[in-house]
Design a protein around this ligand. Structure first.
Ligand code: ZN
Length: 190
């Protein structure tokens, strides 16, 4: 089932996600719905906050992107990114290890808004999967960017917070308009 993706201005996007103590059938169902929602929207990542749940849970699938490479290392060996997708991140811990790189980003909660964001180019990640099993990987390229973008969502941090002042000022009119639109929609639902 595809779920509605909440837009900027919705309070849950600013909430830090609660740790998931166990992957219950409800969480497993949410994971399935999040994948369906993300794929339907042609996104590469989706956080639980974006479908209205403040939880430490995100999904990622970079297979659809051919023009921006991703890299993956498992146990120190470079491995196939496509074979490792899709990813479920439950209670992820992320450690930045690469040099910082600028790259374009968008977000399903900010339709049509894009901007350059500087982030570490590589990350080491430890998380639980959809079966509650711990796993570890190192990522580079687009996958590293996607992991950091989603990890931020789980802390209530958004990509506009990571933009430099010039970029932030460029997107500010669209962001302000989106926030006002979201708030008026939320107010009319009350
Ligand atoms: Zn996002």
């Amino acid at each position: 089932m595809t779920l509605p993706v909440v837009k900027f201005g919705t309070p849950v996007l600013r909430q830090k996600g609660a740790r998931i103590e166990s992957v219950t059938p409800e969480i497993a169902r949410l994971v399935v719905d999040m994948f369906e929602t993300m794929h339907h929207a042609h996104g590469v990542g989706l956080a639980a906050q974006q479908v209205g749940h403040a939880l430490q849970l995100a999904v990622i699938d970079v297979r659809g992107v051919k023009d921006r490479p991703s890299r993956l290392w498992l146990d120190g060996q470079e491995a196939s990114v496509d074979a490792f997708m899709p990813l479920v991140l439950v209670n992820p811990a992320v450690k930045a290890v690469g040099v910082r790189e600028r790259g374009p980003e968008g977000c399903l909660s900010f339709p049509e808004i894009y901007g350059e964001v500087e982030r570490p180019g590589e990350v080491e990640v430890t998380a639980l999967n959809e079966r509650g099993e711990q796993y570890h990987f190192k990522a580079g390229g687009l996958l590293a960017r996607a992991v950091q973008h989603e990890y931020d969502h789980l802390q209530g941090i958004l990509f506009i917070d990571r933009m430099d002042t010039i970029t932030r000022n460029e997107v500010r009119p669209e962001v302000d308009e989106l926030q006002a639109e979201t708030k008026s929609q939320l107010a009319s639902k009350r």
